[in-house]
Design a protein around this ligand. Structure first.
Ligand SMILES: [Zn+2]
Length: 70
């Protein structure tokens, strides 16, 4: 995956945790609860959205939550 992107990764800054500056993350999910009124098929739906949390402190950077919370 993504191997077709021709970027030298050593020149790219690693994302850091906003809280502890750790550079490792693990997958986490928020679950959007879509009410029947908003759902395209008229059914209540749970929609998982993947984002990443810090492996050290569990913090989720604001960047990952952009557009997902109000
Ligand atoms: Zn952290």
């Amino acid at each position: 995956m993504n191997q077709n992107i021709n970027i030298d990764l050593k020149n790219v800054k690693n994302l850091e945790c906003d809280e502890c500056q750790s550079q490792t993350f693990e997958p986490a999910f928020i679950i959007k609860h879509i009410s029947a009124l908003m759902s395209p098929n008229g059914q209540e739906t749970l929609m998982p959205v993947q984002l990443f949390k810090c492996t050290e402190c569990g913090h989720i950077n604001e960047k990952f939550l952009e557009g997902l919370t109000n």
